[in-house]
Ligand binder design. Structure first.
Ligand SMILES: [Zn+2]
Length: 254
């Protein structure tokens, strides 16, 4: 299949799609959208790998989200390695730090983020990073891993953080929040960021863009994110899909 664009981060394995997962997938597939489906714990990573096995234009990432860092074991680390060798698994994620909810203690979050990021580098795979209220520590961990590549998913941070990530060679992935009424600063970052470092995503089932804010999100709505990015850049939506597709191919090697 010739992919026309990508949703670089959607959780199609989420229970929110249990009733109609194949229909949601088909709506995206019929518009020639490729999907990257990251895990957030071991179970959802296993489900992502299975989805990649059985669906065209769908790739998986495996990893443990900071919320569940406290459950991460050596056996999990080994299982991530095993998945990483499978066809259709293109990265480690989502991993990172979340000091907003603090569902796992800070020190454990840092350790588990670091362990998985190191593993990704060892395997020569990109990472999909979640960072909430943890910009300094996220950067501190990534900068100590020269050669690591990846994306900061659902970027909603400061311009300083964006600059530091770009310096490290990272990509910024924008999601539904770019369409929110009060997101002026975020849209300025979209306008400013170099087009060869931008990805787009939905983070489905979360963060539906306007005008569907508050509803369950789905991969097809990445079109809306592309439209907002296009407006900020004075590009056509097609150009945004073309550019972000070549960026995805570069960083995830799909
Ligand atoms: Zn996510």
């Amino acid at each position: 299949m010739n992919v026309m664009g990508f949703d670089s981060h959607c959780h199609l394995q989420d229970p929110a799609f249990d009733e109609d997962r194949e229909a949601v997938y088909s709506r995206a597939f019929s518009q020639s959208l490729g999907l990257l489906v990251p895990g957030y714990d071991m179970k959802s990573s296993a489900q992502a790998v299975l989805l990649a096995d059985s669906h065209e234009a769908l790739w998986a990432l495996a990893g443990v989200h900071p919320h569940d860092a406290k459950t991460f074991s050596n056996a999990d680390q080994q299982q991530l390695k095993n998945w990483a060798r499978q066809e259709g698994v293109v990265g480690i994620g989502e991993i990172g730090l979340d000091y907003h909810y603090m569902n796992s203690p800070k020190e454990i979050q840092k350790e588990v983020f670091q362990a998985q990021a190191k593993l990704a580098r060892e395997l020569d795979l990109p990472v999909s990073v979640h960072s909430r209220e943890a910009e300094d520590d996220t950067w501190a961990i990534l900068r100590e891993l020269p050669g690591i590549r990846g994306v900061l998913h659902c970027f909603t941070g400061s311009k300083e953080f964006a600059e530091k990530l770009l310096d490290l060679g990272f990509y910024l992935s924008f999601a539904g929040p770019v369409s929110f009424k009060n997101a002026h600063e975020l849209r300025e970052i979209v306008a400013w960021a170099p087009m060869d470092r931008i990805l787009i995503e939905t983070d489905s089932p979360y963060l539906s863009p306007v005008p569907w804010r508050g509803q369950r999100n789905e991969p097809l709505r990445v079109v809306r994110v592309a439209e907002v990015v296009a407006a900020q850049k004075n590009f056509s939506t097609k150009q945004v899909f073309d550019d972000t597709t070549s960026n995805i191919k570069h960083v995830f090697r799909v």
